[in-house]
Design a protein around this ligand. Structure first.
Ligand SMILES: *Cc1c(COP(=O)(O)O)cnc(C)c1O
Length: 386
């Protein structure tokens, strides 16, 4: 069956046999593993961690973490402590470092009990962490987040020396991190500024391992001179650099069930607001996925604006009318009726139409498409490596 066929991969449509969901989300752990190995190679001699925040970018922490562990990944980053606890539980006793990027939320005990490491970015959090009693044990490890120019989280680069002088970070962190604002655009001048600031501030913590590179920075060759790379999006096949070909393999596919195929006459409209008009007799497939599934309403196609595309056996078909909550219409006039009947579904994300393709059409980025993947999709995990 498709569920266990090792070589089928993402090119094959999922089967709806025994599935009553409207759409099937297929995740190829083999593709994630190959993407991880590719990133590891690009980052060498640096080690490579995995960012698995937002439920592993929509792909599922419980499936993704063991696959990465198999490839040798021993450091994971989440945004929130609850996600980190899920990673810890998934690892079921296997040794790994888990960092919480948003820092210390809630009680330090929640972190210590699950051996989680907060990424601390302000003196108050540092004080709370230090005040947590760890009897007869070395202080619990944490990472220090430096803001070198993104103005998001972390200690401002120009505030660190003063804080150091006051003894605020006298207990050295286990990891020193910063995050780049423009790594997706390697020519951006802020990159050099941030790198220079980070390298200089490292002098305050000689011997402490460093982490700077997200996916884009790894692919741009910036990771090599630091100790730990932190890619996220590229693991999941998303485009990290704004220019050039995306070297990563697609990881997800969404097949949406065709509920009805109907004919509309010239001059008739499709969907809410009557924004799309048939210019000739058209055949319209109504599929069971909509904006409540993360298929963004910005993918609506009207008489005057371009919307989303779906695919069937590699052939692309345009959306017709507004995306509604649970349903989207596509113009399948150019597809043989026999093909529609045999397949019974359209690929709305996958190897033909990637998450980045529909992101471009919706005015967003692949990250938002992946992290918005619906919880009500039937989740199907395959591993083309096994
Ligand atoms: C999300 C995030 C990453 C991963 O970024 P990608 O662009 O997905 O590779 C790395 N570091 C921090 C601090 C992040 O917030």
């Amino acid at each position: 069956m498709a569920e266990t066929a090792p070589t089928a991969g993402l090119d094959a449509a999922a089967s709806f046999d025994g599935v009553n969901a409207g759409a099937i989300l297929t995740i190829d752990l083999g593709a994630i593993r190959r993407n991880y190995r590719h990133l590891c190679k690009e980052a060498l001699p640096s080690r490579t961690a995995a960012v698995v925040k937002a439920n592993a970018y929509g792909c599922g922490i419980e499936a993704v973490v063991p696959a990465l562990y198999k490839e040798g990944c021993r450091t994971f980053f989440t945004a929130l402590p609850d996600e980190a606890v899920r990673v810890r539980k998934t690892l079921d006793g296997l040794a790994a470092e888990i960092y919480v990027l948003d820092g210390l939320l809630g009680a330090p005990a929640d972190y210590v009990d699950s051996h989680l490491r907060p990424v601390i970015g302000d003196p108050y959090q540092m004080a709370v962490w230090n005040a947590h009693p760890v009897i007869d044990q070395p202080p619990a490890p944490y990472a220090l987040h430096l803001d070198t120019g993104m103005s998001r989280l972390g200690i401002r680069h120009d505030a660190l020396p003063g804080l150091r002088a006051k003894g605020v970070f006298s207990e050295p962190p286990a990891l020193l991190i910063t995050h780049m604002a423009c790594a997706d655009d390697p020519a951006h001048p802020l990159n050099r500024v941030q790198i220079n600031r980070f390298n200089k501030l490292h002098q305050h913590f000689l011997g402490v391992p460093t982490s700077l590179a997200n996916s884009a920075a790894v692919l741009a060759g910036v990771a090599k001179t630091y100790d730990l790379a932190r890619p996220g999006i590229a693991l999941y096949g998303g485009r990290a650099l704004i220019d050039g070909d995306n070297p990563m393999e697609p990881v997800v596919r969404v097949d949406a069930r065709i509920l009805q195929v109907r004919t509309v006459e010239p001059g008739e409209t499709v969907g809410y607001g009557a924004t799309w008009t048939a210019k000739s007799e058209r055949r319209i497939a109504i599929v069971a996925a909509g904006y409540a599934d993360g298929y963004l309403r910005h993918l609506s196609q009207s008489d005057t604006t371009r919307g989303g595309m779906a695919a069937i056996l590699g052939k692309q078909v345009p959306a017709a009318g507004r995306v509604s909550m649970d349903l989207t219409a596509f113009d399948v006039t150019d597809v043989e009726p026999g093909v529609l009947d045999a397949t019974g579904a359209l690929e709305i994300i996958g190897p033909t139409i990637t998450a980045d393709d529909i992101a471009d059409r919706a005015g967003t980025i692949g990250y938002e498409i992946l992290t918005g993947l619906s919880a009500r999709y039937h989740h199907r995990i395959i591993d083309t490596e096994n």
